[in-house]
Design a protein around this ligand. Structure first.
Ligand code: ADP
Length: 300
């Protein structure tokens, strides 16, 4: 092994990609995760949904090995978290310092550190991998630009290139679509799709329940504990959504199903439109501003 090179944890490919047993995390008095048990197989694609403060980011931190739970057990391919160079974690855009002076190539090369070690210069192979990754996400033309100069969608593409360069086997993305326009969202979703089809296990935190149910075969509905986990039509039931979102949702009953009105995570929110309900098995979820939900709530 070369100087500075990390000793990667060996994978047991017969084990689940992620296995959490009764994992609890507290920050002082705040319970962020409460006895979370979860098992994902290699190649699973999961949307993690739940209200603000539900513990989505904490769950990713636990899997990435940067937060240690007070209780419970975490296993990534059969061994403890941390030291896995296969985990590609893309944090929320708002927690990244976009003024930090690094180029697009630098950011993608960071994905190679686990393979090449901190004290080594990138080899020709490392540079080739980085070039190929940028090409794959359509960002080669921006290789020498400062990361902070790019649009939100382009920045997410660069982070996906970093995940490709890392040859990650587990991709954790914290709200990658928040704040992006629809075309950019579609580009990111199709890149995630392509990465997952290569056998990468993917977890994406999302605030958009409709998009999660359309784009992801599995949904983890979280509110500190696991409310439900499985296919969208089993998870996104009115009862489960009310259990997760409580007072932040309002249910409108109709003959052909439920229309759920949810307050949006972000300011602004979408126009409140009542869609025509045609074939509703899972509830239709419409994001509206908090104020509109408050107005619709019956007086106590
Ligand atoms: P989500 O990503 O679903 O919004 P988080 O995992 O960020 O949820 O947060 C879960 C809870 O833990 C929240 O109440 C949040 O305020 C709290 N929390 C998260 N990180 C910290 C921290 N570093 N210190 C103290 N409290 C935290």
């Amino acid at each position: 092994m070369l100087p500075g090179q990390k000793h990667p944890v060996q994978h047991d490919v017969t084990m689940p990609a992620i296995e959490l047993q009764k994992v609890s995390v507290r920050y002082d008095q705040t319970v962020a995760l409460d006895s979370v048990t979860l098992r994902l197989n290699r190649g699973d694609r999961v949307a993690v949904v739940g209200p603000n403060g539900a513990g989505k980011s904490t769950l990713f931190h636990v899997i990435a090995g940067v937060v240690r739970p007070q209780e419970g057990q975490v296993r990534i391919y059969g061994s403890g978290p941390g030291g896995h160079i296969c985990v590609g974690y893309v944090p929320q855009r708002k927690v990244i310092d976009w003024d930090f002076p690094v180029t697009v190539t630098d950011v993608v090369m960071m994905g190679r550190v686990g393979k090449m070690g901190f004290l080594r210069w990138p080899s020709r192979h490392d540079r080739d991998v980085v070039r190929a990754a940028l090409d794959e996400v359509g960002m080669s033309a921006y290789a020498n630009r400062q990361i902070g100069e790019l649009s939100g969608g382009q920045q997410q593409r660069v982070f996906l290139a970093r995940v490709l360069a890392q040859e990650a086997e587990l991709l954790l993305m914290d709200e990658p679509l928040t704040g992006l326009d629809m075309p950019s969202q579609e580009v990111i979703l199709s890149l995630i799709d392509r990465i997952q089809r290569n056998g990468v296990t993917v977890m994406v935190a999302s605030h958009d329940l409709n998009q999660a149910s359309e784009q992801f075969p599995l949904i983890l509905l979280l509110n500190r504990s696991v409310i439900a986990f499985g296919p969208p039509d089993e998870v996104l039931t009115t009862a489960n959504l009310l259990a997760a979102y409580g007072g932040h949702m309002h249910v409108v009953r109709a003959d052909n199903g439920d229309l759920l009105l949810a307050d949006t995570c972000c300011s602004g929110g979408a126009e409140m439109l009542l869609p025509t309900l045609t074939h509703v098995t899972a509830p239709v979820i419409q994001s509206v501003p908090q104020s509109a939900v408050e107005e619709m709530r019956p007086p106590r």
